[in-house]
Design a protein around this ligand. Structure first.
Ligand code: COA
Length: 180
């Protein structure tokens, strides 16, 4: 069973997945502030107001979700600085997980998301209790879809009108990988 001591997960030298924790709030909020307008195109939460206090509360909630085994929530750390996020939401009843991810503009287009999400997916399967890892992304999110395809996820279809974004609804492309 995973414990906080098992982390950070080293992806490669200089790149690691660190458990989300309120201690990271200042650096994580700075990264968010630089990227919220860009993320708002694809992430519904990015259109909401963010402050240092809401970021700290969010990270505390994520840390609690790790303790209650409903999430594996990570900050992507490159050379000691947060550059993004990747997390798996766990469904112990079904033995499935849903992954989500983003990187800051400075870390985009360099294979950092690829290496980080690959490490997360490998880690989720290695724990032995998850048999399907799923990701859902807006049909129009070509970068995200390309990432999932590079990672070897299979495209399973489209869920119509599945996500609420400010002022519109979005169709989601469903991708998954299964164990074995
Ligand atoms: C979706 C997202 C995480 C994809 O990130 P990304 O940086 O494009 O993905 P990768 O890490 O696979 O990087 C791929 C690029 O790095 C290049 N690259 C360089 N070195 C690489 C390496 N060692 N391995 C893989 N790709 C590498 C690839 O050629 C590719 O270049 P391109 O962008 O010119 O095609 C990012 O665009 C993002 O955060 N978007 C905003 C939030 C979002 O959409 N989140 C998903 C919501 S479901």
């Amino acid at each position: 069973m995973a414990a906080a001591d098992d982390y950070p997960l080293e992806v490669r030298p200089g790149l690691s997945l660190e458990l989300q924790h309120p201690d990271l709030a200042e650096a994580y909020f700075a990264l968010l502030e630089d990227n919220l307008p860009r993320l708002a195109a694809w992430e519904p939460w990015a259109s909401e107001p963010h402050t240092l206090a809401t970021t700290r509360t969010f990270l505390a909630w994520q840390a609690q979700a790790f303790v209650s085994r409903t999430q594996l929530p990570f900050v992507i750390v490159l050379d000691g600085r947060p550059v993004g996020s990747c997390s798996a939401r766990l469904d112990a009843t079904e033995g499935t997980a849903d992954v989500g991810y983003w990187v800051g503009a400075a870390a985009e287009g360099a294979g950092i998301a690829f290496a980080s999400v690959a490490a997360l997916v490998e880690h989720v399967f290695a724990r032995g209790d998850t048999f399907r890892v799923q990701a859902r992304t807006a049909v129009g999110n070509q970068r995200s879809r390309a990432l999932l395809e590079r990672l070897g996820f299979a495209f399973e279809g489209v869920q119509r009108s599945a996500q609420r974004m400010p002022g519109r609804r979005v169709d989601l492309a469903v991708y998954a990988k299964t164990a074995g």
